[in-house]
Every structure is written in structure tokens, then in C-alpha cells.
Design a binder for this molecule. Structure first.
Ligand code: ASP
Ligand code: MG
Length: 450
């Protein structure tokens, strides 16, 4: 192993959706001796079912219906594996835990129970995938990530504790890697009392990057169902094309501003340890993918366009703001107090506007009556929705001549709101009416990339 490239490979939900998909992943692992750690998501659809069980009040019969769906997905894989007894027994044990948690009286009220339930998706898929590898002749073992992935106790959105993770990974995982591939769970962790936690939806990418960092890996592969990161979402325009390379900064901007390919936190560990990240399709590994790294061969002014839907724009105004001291501070104190994360801010003499990410089931409840009331105590507040946030990601965007004029010239037919340069040279963002956002991205893509 001395000379090979130590690689952590993560396979997403669609890549481990069934036995067929898992077999393609197994071929990738078998072909690359550098892959010593495999991180899997739950089989596609399973986490959604578990989330529904954990968050929705329903009758016991409805609960059983959802549990049956989960079982159907996992039993189909077990059947394709030929029902090996030891695997079947372990799966049964996990499914018994699942039933018990899914019917627990306190489930809807206790984060600890919810996370224990949510973790079962990855615990089942990793069990099954290690058997797929074994049947292919790869020596592999299912490894419980909770032994190493220490987090705080913020159930549902737990934060990793880097030093503990590094210590545990090096003492418990590293010695095994010489002759065994460890197949472990994404998304799942444990706090210092051993209670199961989760990292937030889509957290398996983050797990892979954290383990790569802890193990001093050279490469972190993210295998998904697309051939890498695209210039923009191919569902918006068919002209979108995969990018051969991206810098860490660009990738982080893209993830933050709505590109769905990577979990936004994934780049942090990669950046800290300078680990190369690869994104590719487990269905078509021969097509290559995107390499994300520190130094790219090209640093073009425009790399990609992202769109984040369902943005809310809040404008606060006070006639007294002219020369008023402390107005901004008061506004942002309230925002901070209510834990709102603000993306864009513009100010004028008498008003401040800012945008909030407002996807269904998230921040919307946080911009609640209380927040608005506190703001209204000292200013006028206007809340507008129906906007999408478009971001152009690239390099030297604030200094290179003509970079922004090319952007604006191409879309001058549209009404843009809140045009902002990021606090770094890698992005430029604006809001547009959600009805025109697809067209704006299409036109912009043509001007910048075609
Ligand atoms: N299974 C988890 C989810 O669906 C984590 C992941 O897939 O990354 O959110
Ligand atoms: Mg995922």
C-alpha cells in the first residue's frame, strides 16, 4: 500500500439504490487498490421514508406502511445477494430496532430518537454493500462509524469534533486498511456519551471528507449519478456541460449558492488537508468526472452559474437612518439572535435589504412574527418572496476588467435586484423574479460559456 494513493470513496443514495447499482460501485472499488475506505449513503428513498416517520404524526398502520417500504428496498438487495444467513440476521436486528424506534411514543419529540432512527438507513446499506464487495472477492468489513465520528450533541445537525475523529480514525481504522476495505456509514456520528447523531441531510459527502482528512488520505471520491459538476444545472439548460476541474474555492461557492452536487461543508476538510476531491458517476465511471483541487490549470473568470430557489428579500427602512448610528447594528443583532443566515446585503441612505434562504421546511419558520415584530419596533419592514438567487462563480471577478459588464450586457432585458459582489473574488450574485430565473440562467450560460 506504500505507493498507492490512499482514497476514501463515497457512494451516494442512487449509487447504492439496489444490487445492480451496488455492483457497479463494487467494480469501481475492486479496480482501484487505493480505495481503502468506503462511505455509503442510505439506499435511495430510505432516508426520506425515515424522515417522514421521524417527523410526521400518523396512525400505527401508516407507520407500518412506511416501514414495509423500507424493508422492501433492503430485502430486494438481500435476495439478490442470495440471502446469506449472517447478513440476513444482522439486517433483521437493524430492522427490529427500526420498528421499535418508528413506533416509539416519544419519537416526534426527541432528537436523540429521531437520529437513532435516521442512522439506520446508512447502517443497513453499509452492511449490504460490504457483502456485495465480499462476494466480488474484495476483503471488506462493515465498520461502525460511530466509533470514530465524534460530534457534539446537536441532534439532526451535529458538528464534528475534528481532533477526536482524527485520533480515533488513526487508532481504529488505519491499522486495518492494509488488508481490509472498511465500509462505513455516511451522515452518522455519535456524541461523547455514545448517543447516535446525524450531520444534516446530504451529510455523507461531509463524512467522506472528514474521514479523508482524519486518515490523511490523498483523494476523496464522491460517486453519484452525474458525470461531475456542471457549468449549471443541466435541468435548466441542455447546454450545461461537466467541468473537468474546479478549485476548492469555486466548489465551495457553488455548493453554498445552490449547486446540489456536493454538501456545502465538504470542501472544508479537503481544503485543510489539501485532499483532491473527485466527483463522478458510478454508472459511467469511464466518462471521468470533475477534479476539485487547490491549483487548477486554468482559472477562468467564469466557471459556473448556480441558482438557489425560494429566496426572501427583507427591506428595513427608517427615515431616521440618515446619519443614524447603530441602525445596522440593531438590525443585525436581531437577525443574529434569531439565527437567520443572511446571504446578500445592500444598503442605501435610508434602507437595508437582505436576502434569506427560504426553502420549504427551513428558515421560513424562523423569520417568524417575533423577528418581524422586533424589527418593526424601530423601522418599517417589507418582506417580498418569489425570488431566485443567481450566482456566477469564477475568479478575480472584482478586479478583472469587463467581467461584470459582460454579465450584465447579456441579461439587460431582465430586472435584477440586489446585485452583490461576494466578500471574495469568486462570486457575483443577484436576485431575479422566480418566473424568469430559468431563462436568465440559459441566456447567461450562452453568453459566458457557449
Ligand atoms: N442519507 C442521508 C440523506 O439522504 C445522507 C446522504 O445521503 O448524504 O440526507
Ligand atoms: Mg446524498
Amino acid at each position: 500500500m506504500e505507493n498507492s494513493v490512499l482514497t476514501v470513496a463515497k457512494f451516494g443514495g442512487t449509487s447504492v439504490a439496489n444490487h445492480d447499482a451496488m455492483s457497479k460501485c463494487a467494480a469501481i472499488v475492486a479496480a482501484d487498490n487505493g480505495i481503502r475506505v468506503v462511505v455509503v449513503s442510505a439506499s435511495a428513498g430510505v432516508t426520506n421514508l425515515l424522515v417522514e416517520l421521524a417527523h410526521t404524526a400518523m396512525t400505527p398502520q401508516q407507520r407500518d406502511g412506511l416501514i414495509e417500504q423500507v424493508k422492501g428496498i433492503q430485502f430486494a438487495i438481500l435476495a439478490d445477494l442470495g440471502q446469506p444467513k449472517d447478513v440476513a440476521d444482522k439486517l433483521d436486528t437493524l430492522l427490529m430496532q427500526l420498528e421499535e424506534l418508528a413506533h416509539h411514543e416519544e419519537l416526534l419529540h426527541q432528537g436523540e430518537l429521531k437520529d437513532a432512527l435516521l442512522s439506520l438507513g446508512e447502517r443497513m446499506s453499509s452492511l449490504l454493500f460490504s457483502e456485495v464487495l465480499n462476494q466480488r472477492g474484495v476483503t471488506a468489513r462493515n465498520f461502525d462509524v460511530r466509533k470514530v465520528l465524534r460530534t457534539d450533541s446537536e441532534f439532526g445537525q451535529a458538528a464534528p469534533q475534528l481532533q477526536s475523529i482524527a485520533d480515533a480514525a488513526q487508532s481504529l481504522m488505519t491499522p486495518e486498511l492494509a488488508d481490509t476495505v472498511l465500509v462505513t456509514q455516511g451522515f452518522v456520528g455519535a456524541d461523547d456519551q455514545g448517543r447516535t447523531t446525524t450531520l444534516g441531510r446530504g451529510g455523507s459527502d461531509f463524512t467522506a471528507a472528514l474521514l479523508a482528512e482524519a486518515l490523511h488520505a490523498d483523494v476523496c471520491q464522491i460517486w453519484t449519478d452525474v458525470v461531475g459538476v456542471y457549468t449549471t444545472d443541466p435541468r435548466i439548460t441542455a447546454a450545461a456541460r461537466p467541468l473537468p476541474e474546479l478549485s476548492f474555492e469555486e466548489a465551495a461557492e457553488m455548493a453554498n449558492f445552490g449547486a446540489k452536487v456536493l454538501h456545502p461543508a465538504t470542501m472544508e476538510p479537503a481544503l485543510r488537508q489539501d485532499i483532491k476531491v473527485f466527483v463522478g458517476s458510478s454508472r459511467e465511471p469511464e466518462k471521468g468526472g470533475t477534479w476539485i483541487m487547490k491549483d487548477c490549470t486554468h482559472e477562468p473568470p467564469y466557471r459556473a452559474i448556480t441558482r438557489r430557489k425560494e429566496q426572501v428579500m427583507v427591506t428595513v427602512k427608517t427615515p431616521q437612518m440618515v446619519h443614524a448610528q447603530g441602525f445596522l447594528q440593531s438590525v443585525f443583532t436581531i437577525i443574529a439572535k434569531h439565527n437567520l443566515s443572511v446571504d446578500l446585503v445592500t444598503t442605501s441612505e435610508i434602507a437595508v435589504s437582505f436576502t434569506l434562504d427560504n426553502p420549504a421546511n427551513s428558515v421560513s419558520e424562523r423569520l417568524n412574527r417575533e423577528t418581524l415584530q422586533e424589527l418593526r419596533e424601530f423601522c418599517e419592514v417589507e418582506v417580498e418572496s418569489g425570488y431566485d438567487l443567481i450566482t456566477v462563480v469564477g475568479n478575480n471577478m472584482h478586479s478583472a476588467a469587463g467581467v461584470s459588464s459582460k454579465i450584465f450586457a447579456s441579461i439587460n432585458a431582465f430586472n435584477l435586484r440586489m446585485i452583490c459582489y461576494g466578500a471574495n473574488p469568486h462570486n457575483m450574485s443577484f436576485l431575479v423574479d422566480e418566473k424568469t430565473s430559468g431563462e436568465v440562467v440559459t441566456v447567461l450560460h450562452r453568453a459566458l460559456f457557449e
